[in-house]
Design a protein around this ligand. Structure first.
Ligand SMILES: Nc1ncnc2c1ncn2[C@@H]1O[C@H](COP(=O)(O)OP(=O)(O)OP(=O)(O)O)[C@@H](O)[C@H]1O
Length: 626
């Protein structure tokens, strides 16, 4: 009877083993291990009580009792496992409709290869730079689910950023797609990147999120019917069809992850990058997400995920694994080949140890840093293809170039296929749905606008309400022209304030921005002539009044009320009215009352300048991130 360890290194039938990290016992000997090792081929049958089917996977919803130590009986070298399921399964039954998968157009596989890839980041002024990836090589064949693993800080996300084209600054080396140098604009259009934190709209239903994504990605070139059927297929495929009317905020973590994937599938990417898709999910949801990704690879998609430390059963779902240690490759090959590889480099995986855990421990340096060097040289920092599942089937660049035609080149650098106008209208529709749903916030906003005024909010309607209330309650002359002048200045001041906020927001983070914006507004008030008249400002501070948007706002209001040669004011209730003559009042505050159009021009110019700066700052920031 072979021991569990022999199962691991069973070269004869090529069955690699994985440790599941729980207690099991041998049926006939009564021996109990504190962890277990079972052949990978048996792991899925253990998990679900059956081998997962090729066409459709259904996760049972029946709650299970607490698992008792399973019994393992060996016969003919294979482990026959008699035990209840390992853990409680999903609360809901998820059915991935494989027929819907067939409706998604298959993709031509894309083989990604990188050679001598290094990535250096700038640490800031006078602090030099730091190399994060050190000339790593690797090959991710098409139609495969690939895991990038490694200890925290090993460079997994950085490698993903470099391969996806999210980061381009400081990247050195070559990245090839089907043997040819990567054309970044085309690659960005055929790939997608799903970040760790879900970028979903919580107030939209699943169906609305999908439609917004379809309208943004496909625009008007694809008919409504086609979009509908594509959305239907994707929701069926991802087991979300029954939840299409559910608000996203009410979805479970696993459902949210599946929705993120569903939204990216709208334009059917060939290559999918996912940063830690299993983080924050329970083990049943992790399995579902990875099983789903595995299914998607069957249509030619290359799916690359970073993953921290997968359990044995998650590990065996991947086709290939790429392990990093401090920016170097310490293993590249099939998941089933990891144990034989470790054996070959004389670092055998301890009995009953999950090989995924063991390689991470090695990569962390827990067994000595010399082991990292051993692994690095055994894998030739990612160049060695010996440990691929089928090394002889791996095509070299030249063969790939012969096999696949030259891909179409994308002329535009833009990531979007749809026009700017379409994007604006879709985003406005999304904003409208959100405002309608979040009634509390919408009412609060309207209330704040009415109560506090346009300096706080920017909606045109609210600005009109503010003007009407303030103008009428402060007994201003009932002349339409003055009312519209007052409204125009209110609106422009709101837009300037908004643009100023955008600039501060683009430049600084939330904490610094929240502090700086009010602090910078105070001198604007000082230079506006509110407390200190412009005449009383010291000459060396006069320049301030020229850059204060509040000064132009105040001057504009004064022009609206006292300009246009306003006549003598009524003085019925007092024996003497000091400001009866508008001219006298204007002289007192050092304003002339005929500057309305100058104020309009100055405020408009400020809107343009602040927005232009916001754009420049954002551009520079995006460039520095990339
Ligand atoms: N812009 C940067 N400036 C300085 N150091 C950086 C920068 N980006 C990444 N690093 C460093 O590079 C190393 C790798 O980072 P990366 O995020 O790729 O690691 P990781 O393997 O994904 O880690 P984790 O699993 O914890 O997310 C880390 O030490 C990180 O601090």
């Amino acid at each position: 009877m072979p021991t569990a360890r022999e199962q691991f290194f069973n070269a004869g039938d090529g069955v690699a083993g994985i440790g599941l990290g729980i207690e099991i016992g041998e049926a006939d000997s009564g021996r109990v291990y504190n962890a277990t090792t079972v052949p990978m081929t048996s792991a899925s049958s253990w998990r679900n009580g059956q081998t997962s089917t090729a066409t459709s996977t259904t996760f049972s919803s029946a709650p299970t009792s607490a698992p008792s130590p399973p019994q393992v009986a060996y016969s003919n070298g294979a482990a026959a496992i008699k035990q209840p399921p390992l853990e409680s399964v999903a609360e809901e039954e998820v059915h991935f409709d494989s027929d819907a998968l067939n409706n998604l157009p298959a993709r031509e596989p894309v083989d990604i290869e990188f050679k001598e890839l290094s990535l250096t980041v700038n640490l800031g002024f006078n602090r030099g730079s730091k190399e994060i990836l050190h000339n790593v090589c690797g090959k991710f064949p098409g139609s495969q689910l690939i895991a990038i693993m490694g200890p925290s800080g090993a460079g997994k996300s950085t490698l993903l950023d470099a391969l996806s084209g999210f980061k381009t600054t400081g990247v050195d080396g070559s990245i090839l797609l089907n043997g040819r140098r990567r054309d970044l604009p085309s690659f960005r259009r055929m790939s997608c990147y799903i970040t760790q934190d879900d970028r979903l709209q919580p107030l939209l239903t699943v169906n609305e999120n999908m439609h917004i994504a379809a309208d943004l990605k496909l625009g008007h070139t694809v008919s409504y019917e086609e979009k509908e059927s594509r959305i239907e297929d994707i929701l069926l495929l991802l087991g979300l069809y029954d939840h299409d009317q559910t608000l996203t905020l009410r979805l479970s973590g696993g459902q949210k992850k599946r929705l993120s994937i569903a939204m990216e599938l709208i334009n059917n990417p060939t290559v999918m990058f996912l940063d830690e898709p299993t983080t924050g999910l329970d083990s049943s949801s992790c399995t579902k997400v990875l099983e789903l990704l595995k299914k998607l690879t069957t249509q030619g998609r290359t799916i690359i995920c970073t993953i921290h430390q997968p359990t044995a059963k998650l590990f065996q779902i991947f086709d290939q694994v790429y392990v990093l240690s401090a920016g170097n490759c310490v293993y590249q090959g099939g998941t089933e080949k990891l144990v034989p590889f470790l054996h070959a480099v004389d670092l055998p995986c301890p009995m009953y140890h999950n090989p995924a855990d063991y390689i991470i421990e090695l990569a962390c340096g827990e067994y000595g840093y010399d082991k990292i060097d051993t692994l690095k040289s055994a894998t030739e920092n990612g160049s060695c293809l010996t440990w691929f599942n089928n090394p002889s089937a791996v095509l070299r660049s030249e063969a790939l170039m012969r096999k696949y035609p030259i891909p179409k080149r994308t002329k535009s650098d833009s990531l979007e296929d749809t026009s700017y106008a379409n994007q604006c209208s879709v985003l406005l529709r999304r904003g409208y749905i959100k405002a309608r749903r979040d009634t509390t916030m919408t009412h609060l906003r309207i209330g704040v606008n009415i109560a506090v005024g346009p300096a706080v909010r920017r909606h045109i309607i609210s600005c009109f309400l503010f003007t009407s209330i303030v103008y009428l309650w402060s007994y201003q002359p009932m002349e339409w022209v003055r009312f519209w002048m007052f409204f125009a200045i209110s609106l422009l001041t709101v837009f300037v304030g908004h643009s100023f906020g955008l600039m501060i927001g683009a430049w600084f983070d939330v904490v610094n921005g929240t502090f700086l914006a009010p602090v910078l507004t105070i001198p604007m008030m000082m230079f506006a002539g509110f407390g200190v008249t412009l005449r009383d400002l010291p000459s060396y501070l006069r320049w301030g009044s020229h850059i204060s948007y509040l000064r132009y706002g105040l001057e504009g209001f004064i022009s609206a009320i006292y300009g246009l040669d306003r006549g003598v004011l009524a003085c019925n209730e007092a024996p003497y009215c000091h400001y009866r003559y508008p001219k006298k009042f204007l002289e007192e505050i050092t304003m002339s009352g005929d500057q309305f159009w100058n104020d309009v021009i100055a405020l408009s110019a400020m809107i343009l300048i602040f927005r232009f700066f916001s754009y420049i700052v954002l551009k520079a920031k995006i460039k520095s991130i990339r």
